[in-house]
Ligand binder design. Structure first.
Ligand code: ADP
Ligand code: MG
Length: 276
């Protein structure tokens, strides 16, 4: 097995014409995720987390730098190269409503992804897809009655479960979860986080977990990267990172959330985590 499932090396992304903006959205950022590992990416709004996540997921080609997936350099400049990479990586988004087509029932949304990938999934027959659809619902804790419903008739938490089911449909080796609970009620957040954790434990796919909330990252990840103004400014084990931050920006982030411990307790996240 490769040491890393994904390695981003010195990734730079400019939006618009280079030079018009004074700085790139992502500036020589490097990170790695090991197989089965959940790695955090934290930073304020606008620091470049989503942009780097899109690069990791093969949805955006970097202007500079290298994406290495399972030991192979992804041909980010070629459409085919990006398509191949996208089969291995799936994204879970913050905006649960925007991620689903409002005119498709949940059943149709799941059918769609299974149909598109029918060859790769080796399930050309509708009956096979039906079985897989039920398996996916089961994996994310949804009852079959959601199949007939439209996205707007579901709660945010239920929609995010559908988003996770769709992502899992193609057996990705890496999930990029971009602030997957930021738009959800606090009471629902921990349920979705626990679902992501249990899916990671059962299926073993790796996860790049993007968040601005340090309590959430601490709950989910053993290791994290801190991003400021497009650059990775600090990285390490969460415990050390949050106990003894080295970079002033990390300290500033921690000061903005004065009590990570309290944040965890408020959301019933305290069990299973060591708070030093
Ligand atoms: P984050 O996810 O940490 O909030 P983003 O990756 O969304 O950060 O944004 C990083 C920077 O790039 C910000 O300055 C943002 O305004 C800019 N940006 C993001 N998306 C676009 C886009 N599609 N076009 C132009 N600028 C963008
Ligand atoms: Mg973002």
């Amino acid at each position: 097995m490769e040491k890393h499932i994904v390695a981003l090396r010195e990734i730079t992304v400019w939006y618009g014409q280079q030079g018009i903006k004074e700085r790139p959205a992502v500036d020589r950022a490097s990170l790695t995720v090991a197989p089965g590992e959940i790695v955090g990416l934290v930073g304020e709004s606008g620091s470049g987390k989503t942009t780097l996540g899109l690069v990791a997921a093969g949805m955006l080609a970097p202007d500079k730098g290298e994406v290495v997936f399972d030991g192979q350099v992804v041909q980010t400049g070629s459409r085919h190269g990006m398509q191949v990479h996208r089969r291995n990586v799936q994204m879970v988004f913050q905006d649960t409503a925007g991620a689903l087509n409002p005119r498709l029932t949940i059943g149709a949304a799941l059918d769609e992804v299974l149909y598109v990938h029918r060859q790769a999934l080796a399930m050309p027959l509708p009956a096979q897809r039906d079985a897989r659809r039920n398996e996916l619902l089961d994996a994310v804790g949804l009852a079959p009655d959601v199949l007939e419903r439209y996205p707007h008739a579901l709660s945010g938490g239920q929609r995010q479960r559908v988003g996770i089911a769709r992502a899992l449909a193609v057996h990705p080796r890496l999930l990029v979860a971009d602030e997957p609970v930021s738009a959800l009620d606090v009471s629902v957040q921990v349920q979705i986080l626990n679902l992501l954790k249990s899916v990671n434990e059962r299926l073993g796919q790796a996860c790049l977990f993007v968040a601005h909330d340090l309590a959430v990252v601490r709950y989910m990840c053993s290791r994290a990267y801190v991003m400021e103004a497009g650059q990775i400014v600090e990285a390490g084990a969460c415990e050390a990172l949050f106990r003894d931050p080295q970079h002033p920006y990390t300290r500033k982030l921690l000061e903005a959330v004065p009590d990570v411990e309290k944040g965890l307790k408020k959301r019933n996240m305290a069990p299973g985590i060591r708070v030093s």
